[in-house]
Design a protein around this ligand. Structure first.
Ligand code: SAH
Ligand code: SF4
Ligand code: F3S
Length: 484
């Protein structure tokens, strides 16, 4: 667990320690010297901007980067016109990559006018060898590049890049290490993500994540529960347990523990009121987990259960290891066991070889399950994955027609599902003042739906019982019920 460490007390003239995380604290102390020097020269603190471009796991990594930068003495800003900008990249789909190259162009223009600026890139995209090569060759103005496996070494690598002008690039192919106890700065004071595992062993044939995040590694229950306890003591009331496939949690640990057992332990921590998790793979979702969810007052009635396709034939080619029928059966058992469960999903359209009939199977499941919401994606070819070299890639025009048809269906169904709660009294956790209308605050139901109610900043982080007055498709307007 992270404890406040006084960086000023670290002897910066001695050799760096070899053990972790002490070594990184040593380099944080070194960086802080640099910040003090900057402050003297410029009469202000240097500003840093961390840009998160990926999933919840990336977002959590960004909080770690922010925690380190704040400890060093940087002032955080949302503006990319800063002294230090770091992009925490995602590469799950091709368009994510193109965005990074585009944005780097803008950063370069700014850096030309402000030559002292430092630019860093990290995250999943950097783990792809062709990306690293391109950055080295054509983006030499970038100061620092590192990957997903050595994120914990950020202070050491940052110190090296502050000292020289040459690009510092360090990328590892994999790791079995999990370094605990580095500082983290949470975006929200009342809720937090908690990593329970890293990497993925599933190798779905379209997906690049196992290549860029490495093999599955579970954190020990002791470290996870310690972190949740500390968060609770710090005012956090909602945790989201994070992993690419939380249902296989514990399988790589010496003393095996199941995900359902871990949830039961998290549940015992007093001040934690809401527990969420992400992501569940249908093939590993155990009856034990359904039962724990059904009987728990704290686990939210929301399950994100990516289906990817409704066609058993395509599912097999995707290496998902379940069939259409198994998915439908699972959805049915979940809905029966957990009243008012909100079931959400991810769907890919246009996987190689997808026929009209396969697509109709997907539409079929969408109608039968009635998802509360669904993220729909156009299949994106990822270099190095088995699907990239499959024959029968579906023509773009065909994919577009299917995609639009699916999107329409998904939106109609989710609006119908949302409508059924109108008029009910439900509890929300207030998250922020509404960015468009400051007389409103925005919170979330247990099922993850967004609700806007009249209120002010003092309500942030509190639970409020509200009447859901009006449903707007995928969000609600509500009114707090007054307890006289
Ligand atoms: N581990 C999670 C998903 C992580 S990626 C799981 O297994 O469910 C998030 C989503 O991105 C996936 O569910 C999938 O729908 C989508 N995705 C992944 N690779 C993709 C690709 N090559 N093309 C389009 N969508 C993709
Ligand atoms: Fe990708 Fe499949 Fe792993 Fe999810 S389970 S991260 S889709 S390989
Ligand atoms: Fe993207 Fe990496 Fe997450 S590829 S989806 S940021 S694990």
């Amino acid at each position: 667990m992270y404890h406040e460490i006084d960086l000023d007390k670290i002897d910066k003239n001695s050799e760096p320690p070899t053990e972790e995380p002490a070594r990184q604290y040593y380099f944080m102390a070194k960086c802080r010297e640099w910040v003090k020097d900057f402050e003297q020269r410029h009469s202000r603190l240097p500003q840093a901007c961390v840009v998160n471009m990926g999933c919840q796991m990336n977002a959590r990594d960004s909080e770690k980067l922010t925690g380190i930068l704040e400890n060093i003495g940087y002032q955080m800003t949302d503006s990319e016109e800063a002294d230090f900008v770091i992009y925490n990249t995602c590469t799950v789909r091709e368009n994510a990559n193109n965005k990074v190259y585009g944005r780097l162009g803008y950063l370069h223009a700014y850096k030309k006018k402000h030559p002292h600026m430092k630019i860093a890139l990290c995250g999943c995209m950097m783990q792809e060898p062709h990306v690293a090569q391109r950055i080295q060759k054509s983006y030499s103005f970038v100061n620092l590049v590192f990957g997903t496996h050595n994120l914990y070494k950020f202070p050491e690598l940052f110190a090296a890049s502050l000292e020289g002008e040459d690009m510092v690039m360090e990328l590892w192919e994999g790791t079995d290490q999990i370094v605990e106890e580095l500082p983290v700065e949470r975006k929200y004071s009342f809720k937090s993500g908690v990593n329970i595992m890293f990497g993925c062993n599933n190798f779905c044939s379209y997906c690049i994540v196992p290549y860029v995040r490495g093999r599955e590694r579970s954190r020990s229950p002791k470290d996870i529960l310690g972190e949740v306890e500390q968060l609770a003591a710090d005012g956090v009331v909602e945790v989201m347990l994070l992993g690419q496939n939380v249902n296989s949690y514990g399988k790589t640990l010496k003393g095996p523990i199941s995900f359902a057992q871990l949830l039961t332990e998290v549940e015992k921590i007093d001040n934690i009121k809401r527990i969420r998790f992400m992501t569940s793979h249908p093939k590993d979702l155990s009856p034990e987990l359904i039962q724990v969810m059904a009987s728990s007052p704290k686990i939210c009635n929301h399950l994100h259960l990516p289906m990817q396709s409704g066609s058993s034939r395509i599912l097999e080619k995707m290496n998902r290891r379940y069939t259409k029928e198994q998915y439908l059966d699972l959805a049915k058992r979940l809905r029966e066991a957990i009243p008012n469960l909100s079931l959400t999903t991810d769907i890919i359209v246009g996987f190689p070889g997808e026929t009209e009939e396969d697509f109709e199977d997907t539409m079929d499941v969408v109608r039968e399950v009635g998802f509360d919401s669904a993220f729909t994606f156009i299949y994106s070819k990822r270099t190095g994955t088995p699907a990239a070299s499959m024959e029968n890639q579906v023509p773009e025009e065909v994919v577009k027609v299917r995609f639009n048809k699916l999107l329409k269906e998904v939106q109609t169904i989710s609006a119908q599902r949302a409508e059924r709660l109108t008029g009910q009294v439900q509890t929300i956790l207030v998250e922020e003042v509404n960015s468009q209308d400051p007389s409103l605050v925005t919170g979330r139901l247990g099922n993850n739906s967004v609700v806007h109610i009249p209120g002010d900043a003092s309500m942030i982080g509190t639970f409020v019982d509200v009447t859901l007055e009006e449903c707007k498709g995928f969000y609600y307007y509500g009114k707090p019920i007054t307890t006289a």
